[in-house]
Design a protein around this ligand. Structure first.
Ligand code: DC
Length: 220
């Protein structure tokens, strides 16, 4: 199986790059962040606090996350409902970062991610793929960029979609999520010594994808 693991902070371009790699190599893309987001959405909709571990644990057997379609049309399904847009809402981003601290949630999702990686040629992006989900993956990358670069990309993306947003607030959110994701006790975002560090600040998504593919192709 080909398993390509990509970790990095919010807004580093991981999902864009992973989608390009999946399309170019004809393999599956697994957006693990979407799985944490779907759990957070389920908890919020059911009035359960994302920091109440006991209550969240009781919800988990009712959560079924799946994906349908391919490429840009790929949908995230929560118990069969298309929640692709709902999970991207601002309130869900923060709730996902908080719910991802809970060990029961991580164990629940990591088991599913490992199963998919064992059965499928896949490129996965997230925060703990290289360190925890697939520590023995052959291809491990840490994609990052400065907080300014990441905030500016996100700002332009939202403005292009017609949203009314303030740059300073976006940058503060990014820094806050970085801190949350890197400082949690269980499976935090870390750069493992065997991952290749890529700073995407001066690179296009296409260039990053081609660089990663060149590493994979060098072996095939
Ligand atoms: O990549 P994203 O922004 O869609 O991820 C949403 C949140 O989920 C992120 O703040 C941290 C968490 N996450 C995680 O803890 N581990 C992963 N493998 C993927 C995401």
């Amino acid at each position: 199986m080909i398993n390509i693991a990509i970790d990095g902070p919010s807004g580093a371009g991981k999902s864009t790059v992973a989608k390009l790699i999946a399309a170019k190599l004809g393999i599956t893309y697994l957006d693990t962040g979407a799985m944490y987001r779907a759990c957070a959405l389920y908890a919020v909709r059911n009035g359960v606090s994302v920091s109440d571990e006991d209550a969240v644990e009781k919800l988990l057997p009712n959560i079924n996350i799946s994906f349908s379609g391919e490429g840009d049309g790929k949908k995230v399904l929560l118990n069969g409902e298309d929640v692709s847009s709902a999970i991207r809402e601002h309130s869900v981003s923060k709730a996902a970062s908080d719910i991802s601290k809970l060990r029961c949630v991580r164990d629940f999702l990591v088991a599913q991610q490992r199963k998919i990686a064992a059965e499928t040629d896949v490129v996965l992006d997230g925060r703990d793929i290289t360190s925890n989900v697939l520590p023995h993956a052959k291809y491990k990358f840490f994609l990052t960029a400065s907080a300014d670069v990441r905030a500016e990309r996100r700002y332009k993306e939202l403005i292009a979609r017609g949203a009314q947003v303030e740059y300073d607030k976006i940058k503060a959110d990014i820094i806050d999520r970085d801190k949350n994701d890197s400082s949690r006790a269980y499976a935090p975002l870390v750069l493992t010594p065997d991952s290749t560090l890529i700073d995407s600040g001066d690179m296009s998504a296409e260039e990053v994808a081609d660089f990663i593919i060149s590493r994979v192709n060098a072996d095939i």
